[in-house]
Design a protein around this ligand. Structure first.
Ligand code: FAD
Ligand code: NAP
Ligand code: SF4
Length: 677
C-alpha cells in the first residue's frame, strides 16, 4: 500500500513478526469503571467497538487485577471472568479483525484498596492509608503464578495480548526501587535482584503463552521521583525485558506519588517523547510513547523524529473515537480534541464515578447516549453560544433539526473565550475550533453580534427555544465594593482592567485560581514550551538524573506582584478543584509565592486596602487591586419572560444552574437534551 501522503509514519503498518499492526495509533489503557457496573461488559464492548470503527490500530483495556490482593477494579483469574471479557474481544474483532486489543494486567501492590494488599516490603505509599503485607518467598511465587494465570485467561478471552504494568508505583515497580524494596533475599538488594520479579513474570508469560501473543511491558522511563530509577537502570530493564520475551516496551512517565504534572493541560504536547526516543535507540523491539499527544500532526512528528514506533493516545480517544479515521481522511478540523482537563475521565475514575469526557459525554456511554436522526425536523432557536448552546445546537442540527444559534458576542465560545487565555489552558482553543467546524458541517444558522430578546423570539415562530445565556458574575455586598480598586475577573482576563502590584483575589474557586495564575505568570506559558516546563517543574530531560528530577532545582518565572488568594470557608484553599489536577494548580501558585488564606470574613474595601477578619482579629491587606471571583448567578430573565408566553422553552448550562456548574455539566446536559428533542 502506498504511504499516506500526510501521515506516512502514523499510517504505516508495523510488523511484529507473528502479526502486524495496521497503523501506529494506540488507545492506551484507561480505567473506565464499567467492569464493575451492571451490564458493564456490554457497554465496554460498544465503547471499544466504536473506537475500532474509528480506525485505531491497537487498544489496551483498563487495568485488570490478577488476583484479590492486587485489588483495584476487577479481576481476571478464572474462565468465568474470561467469558465476560469475550464480549469485548468479539465486538472489536467483528468490527475489524486487524484491530488488536490487549488487556492490561495491573496489580496495584501498595496502592491496592484491600487489607490483603502486598508489596516487596512493608512500606506504605503516601497515597494510601494502608501498610502493605510483606511478601514471603511463597507469596512472591504466588504473585508470579497469578500474573501468568491472568495472562492465560486473557488469551482465553480472545485478547491479542496483554500489557503488564511495571510503573506508576504499582506492584512490579515497587520491586525495582530501593525505597520500596528493602529485601535482602534474591528479590531485593542489587538491581539485578530487584529486576528479577518483573522479569520472571515476563519470562513465564512468554514460556506459557507461546510466541504468537503480544506481551507489552510498561516501564517507568522517567518515574519523576527523587531517588527514582537511573537512566542506566531503565535501559537495563528494557533490554532484559526484550530478552525475557517482551514484544513491545511501552514508556510511562510517572509514579502516582510524584509531584510533577505529566498529563494535565499545563504539560506541553508530547513533552516526554524524547525520553522514549533515547530508550528506543537501545532496544531492538518496538516502543510506545505517550503523554499529551492529542492531535495527529503531533503524533506524526513524534514518529518522524524517531522517538517511538507507536504513539499512545488514550484520552484523545475518549474525546473523539474517530480521531484516526478523521486524520486519515484529512478531516483534522473535525477532531474533537482532548483538552487534558481530566475532569470527566481521571477525576471520575479516581473519584469512583463512571468515566466519560468533558467534550464528549458519549464516551463510555455509547449504549445510552446516541444522536440518532430525528423523525421530526423542528425549527429551534438556541440563545447563547457558550459550551452549553454549542453542544445543543450541533447535536440537534446533526439529528436533522433546523437550528438558529444567537450570541450577543462577536465570537462563539462564551466563557471558554476567557478560559483559553489562562496560561496552561491554551487547549481550550481546540474545543472552539471543533464547534466552529461542527456548526458549518451541520448547517447551523449562526447569528453573532445578536442580542435577542423575548419579543424577537416570540415573533420568530420557533417550535423549540433553548436558553443558554450563561451567568452573571456575583458582586458580593461588602462595604466599598464600588471602590475604584475593585475589578471583575472578566475585565482582568480580557485585559481591560488595570491591575496593581499588590492584589487580593476574592474567591478561590476554579476562576480565582485561574485569575491568580494569569496575574502571577510571566514569560512564555509552560504549556507551550518544553524547556520552560522543565525549568518550572524541575525536570532534566537531557541528563536524566535519577527519576528525571533528583537534585534538579525548579526555577519559576513569576510576575513582580504580591497576591493573596482568599476564601471564607475554613476548608483548605483549592480543595474543590479537580481530584487529579487540583494539586498542580496549588503547587504552581505556591511556587509563585501566592499567599492562600481561608476561614476569613470580608469587612470593607477602602483606600488602605481590603479589610478582613480571621478568628475575630481584624487585618488590612494593603492591596491596590481587589479582583472579585466570588462565583456566579444564572442569567435567566429571558427564560422567565418566555415561560409566561406558553412557548416550548428549555434552560441549560450556567443559565440553568450557576453554582458548581462547569463546562462538563453544561455540555452533558445540553447533549442529552438535544439527543431527545
Ligand atoms: P457561557 O459560557 O457563559 O455562555 C453564554 C453565552 O450566552 C455567552 O456567549 C453570551 O454572550 C450569550 N448570551 C447571553 N445572553 C444573551 C442574549 N440575550 N442574546 C444572545 N446571546 C446571549 N469550566 C470547566 O469545566 N473547566 C474549566 O477548566 C473551566 N475554566 C474556566 C476558566 C475561566 C477563566 C472561566 C471564566 C470559566 C471556566 N470554566 C471552566 C467554566 C465554563 O466556561 C462555564 O461553566 C461554561 O462556559 C458555561 O457554559 P454556558 O454555555 O452555560 O455559558
Ligand atoms: P466557584 O467554584 O463556585 O467559586 C466561587 C468562590 O467564591 C468560592 O471560593 C466561594 O468561596 C466564593 N464566594 C461565593 N459567594 C461569595 C460571596 N458572596 N462573597 C465572597 N465570596 C464568595 O465558582 P467559580 O470560581 O466562579 O467557577 C465557576 C465554575 O467554573 C465552577 O463550576 C468551576 O468548577 C468552573 N471552573 C473550573 C475550573 C477547573 O479548572 N476545573 C476552572 C475555572 C472554573 P467562599 O464562599 O468560601 O469564600
Ligand atoms: Fe480529555 Fe478532559 Fe475528555 Fe478527559 S475529560 S478525555 S482530559 S477532554
Amino acid at each position: 500500500m502506498p504511504a499516506h501522503p500526510k501521515y506516512p509514519h502514523l499510517f504505516a503498518p508495523l510488523d511484529l513478526g507473528f502479526t502486524q499492526l495496521k497503523n501506529r495509533i494506540l488507545m492506551g489503557s484507561m480505567h473506565t469503571g464499567l467492569e464493575e457496573v451492571d451490564g458493564g461488559f456490554e457497554r465496554l464492548a460498544a465503547y471499544f467497538a466504536e473506537r475500532a470503527r474509528g480506525g485505531v490500530g491497537m487498544m489496551i483495556t483498563g487495568g485488570i487485577s490478577p488476583n484479590e490482593e492486587g485489588g483495584m477494579g476487577s479481576e481476571m483469574s478464572s474462565p468465568a471472568h474470561a467469558a465476560q471479557h469475550r464480549l469485548i474481544t468479539q465486538a472489536v474483532h467483528e468490527v475489524d479483525p486487524a484491530v488488536k486489543i490487549c488487556m492490561q494486567i495491573l496489580h496495584a501492590g501498595a496502592l491496592a484498596e484491600t487489607p490483603k494488599l502486598v508489596a516487596p516490603s512493608a512500606v506504605r505509599s503516601r497515597l494510601s492509608p494502608l501498610t502493605p503485607n510483606e511478601l514471603d518467598e511463597a507469596g512472591v511465587q504466588k504473585q508470579i503464578n497469578d500474573h501468568v494465570n491472568c495472562a492465560k485467561m486473557a488469551q482465553l478471552a480472545g485478547y491479542d495480548g496483554v500489557e503488564i504494568i511495571g510503573s506508576a508505583g504499582y506492584l512490579l515497580s515497587t520491586f525495582l526501587v530501593e525505597k520500596t524494596n528493602r529485601r535482602t533475599d534474591q528479590w531485593g538488594g542489587s538491581y539485578e535482584n530487584r529486576m528479577r520479579f518483573p522479569l520472571e513474570i515476563m519470562r513465564r508469560c512468554r514460556a506459557e503463552l507461546g510466541t504468537n501473543f503480544i506481551l507489552i511491558f510498561r516501564i517507568a522511563a522517567m518515574d519523576m521521583l527523587q531517588g527514582g530509577m537511573s537512566w542506566q537502570e531503565v535501559v537495563a530493564l528494557g533490554k532484559a525485558m526484550e530478552e525475557a520475551g517482551a514484544t513491545i516496551i511501552s514508556t510511562h512517565f510517572t509514579w502516582h506519588e510524584s509531584t510533577v504534572p505529566t498529563i494535565a493541560t499545563m504539560v506541553p504536547r508530547a513533552a516526554f517523547t524524547e525520553v522514549t526516543g533515547r530508550l528506543r535507540a537501545q532496544l531492538s523491539i518496538p516502543t510506545i510513547t505517550s503523554n499529551r499527544i492529542n492531535m495527529p500532526d503531533v503524533a506524526e512528528q513524534v514518529l518522524r523524529d524517531g522517538h517511538a514506533d507507536i504513539v499512545s493516545m488514550a484520552r484523545p480517544m475518549l474525546a473523539d473515537p474517530d480521531l484516526a479515521i478523521k486524520a486519515y481522511e484529512g478531516r483534522e478540523d473535525e477532531i474533537n480534541t482532548c483538552i487534558a482537563c481530566n475532569q470527566a475521565c481521571l477525576d471520575h475514575g479516581f473519584g469512583g464515578l463512571e468515566v466519560s469526557c468533558l467534550v464528549n459525554p458519549r464516551a463510555c456511554h455509547e449504549t445510552q447516549l446516541n444522536y440518532l436522526p430525528s423523525t421530526s425536523h423542528k425549527t429551534i432557536a438556541v440563545v447563547g453560544a457558550g459550551p452549553a448552546g454549542l453542544a445543543y445546537a450541533t447535536v440537534a442540527a446533526q439529528r436533522g433539526h433546523r437550528v438558529t444559534l444567537f450570541d450577543a458576542a462577536a465570537e462563539i465560545g462564551g466563557q471558554f473565550n476567557l478560559a483559553k487565555k489562562i496560561p496552561g489552558k491554551e487547549e481550550f482553543y481546540e474545543t472552539l475550533r471543533y464547534y466552529r467546524r461542527m456548526l458549518d458541517i451541520h448547517k447551523v444558522d449562526l447569528r453573532l453580534n445578536t442580542r435577542v430578546d423575548a419579543e424577537q423570539l416570540r415573533a420568530g415562530g420557533y417550535q423549540e427555544i433553548v436558553i443558554a445565556t450563561g451567568i452573571t458574575p456575583r458582586r458580593p455586598e461588602i462595604e466599598g465594593i464600588d471602590h475604584p480598586s475593585v475589578v471583575s475577573y472578566i475585565d482582568v482576563i480580557r485585559g481591560t482592567a488595570a491591575v496593581g502590584k499588590r492584589v487580593a483575589v476574592m474567591g478561590a474557586g476554579g476562576i480565582g485560581f485561574d485569575v491568580s495564575e494569569l496575574l502571577m505568570h510571566s514569560g512564555v506559558s509552560a504549556a507551550l514550551d518544553k524547556e520552560v516546563f522543565a525549568r518550572e517543574w524541575g525536570v532534566d530531560f537531557k541528563n536524566h538524573p535519577r527519576g528525571g528530577v533528583t537534585g534538579v532545582v525548579p526555577q519559576v518565572e513569576k510576575a513582580d506582584r504580591q497576591l493573596y488568594l482568599l476564601q471564607r470557608k475554613a476548608t483548605p484553599v483549592g480543595r474543590g478543584l479537580g481530584k487529579t489536577t487540583g494539586w498542580t494548580h496549588r503547587l504552581s501558585l505556591t511556587k509563585r509565592g501566592v499567599v492562600m488564606m481561608n476561614g476569613l470574613d470580608y469587612r470593607k474595601i477602602d483606600d488602605s486596602g481590603l479589610h478582613i477578619s480571621i478568628a475575630g482579629q481584624e487585618h488590612v491587606l494593603a492591596v491596590d487591586t481587589v479582583v472579585v471571583c466570588a462565583g456566579q448567578t444564572p442569567q435567566r430573565d429571558l427564560y422567565d419572560q418566555l415561560l409566561e408566553s406558553g412557548l416550548s422553552v428549555s434552560l441549560i448550562g450556567g443559565a440553568f444552574e450557576a453554582t458548581e456548574l462547569d463546562a462538563k455539566a453544561a455540555i452533558k446536559q445540553a447533549s442529552y437534551l438535544a439527543a431527545s428533542v
